[in-house]
Each structure stands twice: as structure tokens, then as C-alpha cells.
Design a protein around this ligand. Structure first.
Ligand code: ZN
Length: 259
């Protein structure tokens, strides 16, 4: 089916940009920050309760990205659209770019989309977000300084397929161990948390889009980070984890980074 045009209603942004001129050594990306479904898509046929779940957004990820952006004086780009509308961490041709079901929940508004509707979603919600990331990274590359480290911030459900995940935080690095090794060591050193190393998610360039496209392609340092959702569900947890993560970055890089 084709989709209705949004008409002359207030424009809904595809992304949010914070601290575009931040001077820190990092650029923060948050693909799954929002559970917003554009008005014209009528909640994709889902009840509000479904849009509050992890299938619609990475719970806590946007908030912890904002805290880190302030702590690190880092530009941060957030997708402003639910991953159920379009998953900004999938390749434009991927079948699950616009999922017809997610974690067992059928998504009625994504069933039987026409090619034109698919293209329309890519152009309206996916491309502007990634273009904004490119503008920030290109500007940084033009400056006479070291390339920034790209941090893709996500959160993971505490249980998946009935099994509890043991890791409070997980780093996905694929084969690039430059930042992964010292970060794993720094996060594990206190001895009180389990840190996932390429689990539960490896960073697969054939599946993931954001880090491969924006960071691997440039050979810039990066990490994809998953905070477990029960650890970052409230403000105190998010603040604690942001501090802990930033302190580990400082230790891993061997220099102070906090602003
Ligand atoms: Zn995510």
C-alpha cells in the first residue's frame, strides 16, 4: 500500500543534533533514541503500550547519549524516528530496514508496503539522519586534528528469548580492537560488572549500517556500545553509567577527556 502524505502539519524532524561545535574527541550517534511514529503513519496500527517497549526504541539510550554529549563536549546526532518506522542501523536494501514484525509483535503498518512507500520512508527519515552524521564527520575531518572516535550508543533488552543477559554493558567492535581492548580492560578492572565483548552482538558490516558506513569506511576509531536497559532505566542509573563509561574512556586513552 502507499502511504498518506503528511500534509501541512508541523514538520517532524528526522534527527536531533546537539553540540554540533563540541570540541571533544568523540562524536556520539544514537540510531534508536526515539519511539516517535510520524502522525501520518497512525502509530503503525500499534497500541501505545507497544510503542513504549524496546521494539520501538532503545530504552535509556537517548538520555545517556545526551549525558555523555555534555560530559565529553561531543556532538551528538539522534534519530528522531522509531526503529519500527525505519531502522537507521540497517542497510537501505535490508529486509528488516522496515520490520514487518519485531520480537514476535506484528507491525501492521509495515505489512505489504509498496516500493514507493519504502523509498519514501528512506528519503524522509533515514537519509536526513545519516546526512547529518556525514556533515558533522566531514567537518571534523576538515579540521587539522586527529579524527574523532565515533561512539554508537544503544541499549539492549535485559532478557532475550527468555534468557537473562549477564552483561551490564557490551562493546561491539568487529575486528577493530584498537579501542575495544583498552576499554574492556578499563570497564572490567573494578571487577563488579560483566562486560560483553562482541556479544550479544558482533558488529557485522553486512547487517549493521551506522558504524560500517560512517567509521569503518574512514578507518576511524569507533565502538558500538550496548547498555543493558535495566541499568539505564532511571536517571540515577544513566548518570552512574555515563560517569563510569567516561572514566573508562579516559583510562583507555590514557588522558583526561572530561569537560
Ligand atoms: Zn539499538
Amino acid at each position: 500500500m502507499d502511504e498518506p502524505a503528511s500534509g501541512d502539519v508541523a514538520p517532524e524532524p528526522a534527527f536531533l543534533l546537539r553540540r554540533p561545535r563540541g570540541r571533544g574527541d568523540f562524536v556520539l550517534l544514537c540510531d534508536h533514541a526515539s519511539n516517535h511514529v510520524p502522525t501520518a503513519l497512525d502509530r503503525l496500527g500499534l497500541p501505545p503500550s507497544a510503542l513504549a517497549r524496546h521494539i520501538a526504541l532503545d530504552i535509556g539510550a537517548g538520555e545517556i547519549t545526551e549525558i555523555l554529549s555534555e560530559m565529553l563536549d561531543a556532538p551528538a546526532i539522534f534519530s528522531a524516528t522509531s526503529r519500527l518506522v525505519i531502522d537507521c542501523n540497517r542497510h537501505p536494501g535490508a529486509a528488516d530496514l522496515i520490520p514487518e514484525s519485531s520480537d514476535g509483535t506484528p507491525i501492521p503498518g509495515n505489512r505489504g508496503l509498496s516500493a514507493a512507500a519504502r523509498t519514501g520512508r528512506i528519503e524522509r527519515w533515514f537519509t536526513p539522519y545519516h546526512d547529518a552524521v556525514e556533515r558533522i564527520l566531514t567537518a571534523r575531518a576538515a579540521q587539522d586534528r586527529q579524527p574523532p572516535t565515533v561512539l554508537s550508543i544503544h541499549s539492549m533488552a535485559a532478557t532475550m528469548a527468555g534468557r537473562r543477559r549477564p552483561w551490564q554493558i557490551a562493546l561491539s567492535s568487529h575486528h577493530d580492537r584498537r579501542l575495544a581492548e583498552p576499554m574492556l580492560a578499563a570497564l572490567r578492572r573494578p571487577g563488579d560488572v560483566e562486560v560483553g565483548d562482541n556479544q550479544p552482538y558482533d558488529l557485522d558490516p553486512a547487517v549493521d549500517f551506522t558504524i560500517p558506513y560512517h567509521a569503518m569506511r574512514r578507518d576511524w576509531p569507533y565502538l558500538q556500545v550496548e547498555f543493558r536497559q535495566d541499568e539505564v532505566a532511571d536517571p540515577a542509573g544513566r548518570k552512574n553509567w555515563a560517569r563510569r563509561f567516561a572514566a573508562a574512556l579516559s583510562e583507555a586513552l590514557g588522558r583526561p577527556i572530561l569537560c
